[in-house]
Design a protein around this ligand. Structure first.
Ligand code: ADP
Ligand code: MG
Length: 332
């Protein structure tokens, strides 16, 4: 099982930012209203994610960390693991690549419980002090695998990637407050990001979150997108052609609340602006596609964030059509 976790870990955790992604997604899944992320040395020395979500019941904590402890996957299944899907694999994977400590207090529980994973093996749970929610700490990422450690970039670059990952996740959860703190120097923690929880209707909350993340210019030059086709919804904001950028980093795409970089969606976005922009310009956008989970496979590539739609033509048509309609409405 430890071997299986290390293989899976290679897919899920390629750098500190991927660990942050898994942990913050878990916090959001747990209904957190605030999520505090901290790191030291670009996340190599420490990644810490604290949330006020529903917590993990003491009797489920060992299970959450060892879900695939009895899995039959061994070295001969290296091919199959690519299609395995990584549901329930994040925490075990993190326990395989660093010193993992999870402290949690389930709603209504009289005390918190803490569980450490050392060298891939879970220690016995012990009582701990925590008012609510969950704290996950990952220390010494890849120190047991120096070859993996060598592939990481500078602390600065890894910290940058953590920031980008958190900003993307925060975009999809405007109702949740976030902080990001660099704790490399224990004597003077540095706040990198602070986002208040946004309220109001979907467009107000998203608009305010986008203003906080992308600056007021984007929102002032963006159209509301609100379209639907055969049960697939497209919402968000897309920039007027006059507010295009020379880089694609301003294109933020989400499927069922998860950040993706998907060729089909990026192509549809480009196609919608094809007659309005030259090839070297990229429309800025924050777009959310929501559909029945049965209609999409988001586990194609856990690390690369690609998806596979059951009906690609429908999704493409919705994105191109929804954007063109909004652009036409604005006189383009
Ligand atoms: P997955 O998210 O795919 O279920 P994970 O390995 O990321 O798998 O987490 C395993 C389980 O641990 C989750 O299903 C959830 O029950 C629990 N869990 C993990 N993180 C949290 C958290 N921050 N708050 C509450 N429960 C959590
Ligand atoms: Mg998870």
């Amino acid at each position: 099982a430890a071997a299986a976790n290390r293989i899976a870990a290679g897919e899920v955790v390629e750098r500190p930012a991927s660990a942050v992604k898994e942990l913050v997604e878990n916090a959001i899944d747990a209904g957190a209203r605030r999520v505090d992320v901290a790191y030291a040395d670009g996340g190599k020395r420490l990644i810490r994610v604290e949330d006020d979500g529903h917590g993990i019941p003491a009797d489920e904590l060992p299970l959450a960390l060892q879900r695939h402890a009895t899995s039959k996957i061994d070295g001969s299944d290296l091919v199959n693991i690519l299609t395995f899907g990584f549901r329930g694999e994040a925490l075990p994977s993190l326990g395989a690549v660093g010193r993992l400590t999870v402290t949690s207090r389930a709603r209504g529980a009289s005390e918190a419980v803490c569980l450490g994973v050392r060298g891939g093996n879970a220690e016995p749970p012990r009582p701990a002090a925590l008012a609510r929610g969950t704290v996950v700490e990952l220390e010494g990422l890849f120190t047991a695998t120096p070859a993996r450690l060598k592939f990481l970039r500078s602390d600065r670059a890894e910290a940058q990637a953590i920031g980008e990952t958190l900003r993307r996740l925060a975009m999809a959860a405007p109702g949740v407050a976030f902080t990001l703190t660099d704790r490399s120097d224990p004597d003077s923690p540095r706040e990198i990001l602070r986002l208040d929880a946004e309220s109001g209707d979907l467009f107000d909350a998203l608009g305010n979150r986008l203003r906080a993340l992308l600056g007021p210019d984007f929102l002032a030059n963006a159209l509301r997108i609100d379209a639907e086709r055969e049960g697939v919804a497209l919402t968000g904001y897309a920039a007027l052609p006059t507010y295009s950028r020379g880089s694609a980093v301003t294109q933020h795409l989400f499927v069922n609340g998860r950040p993706v970089r998907d060729k089909l969606l990026l192509g549809a976005l480009r196609a919608a602006y094809a007659d309005l922009l030259s090839r070297d310009r990229h429309p800025a956008a924050a777009l959310f596609v929501d559909l029945d989970p049965e209609q999409v496979d988001v586990n194609v590539h856990p690390a690369k964030a690609e998806v596979r739609f059951r009906d690609p033509g429908l999704v493409r048509g919705l994105v191109v059509g929804g954007l063109r309609q909004a652009l036409a409405g604005a006189g383009h």
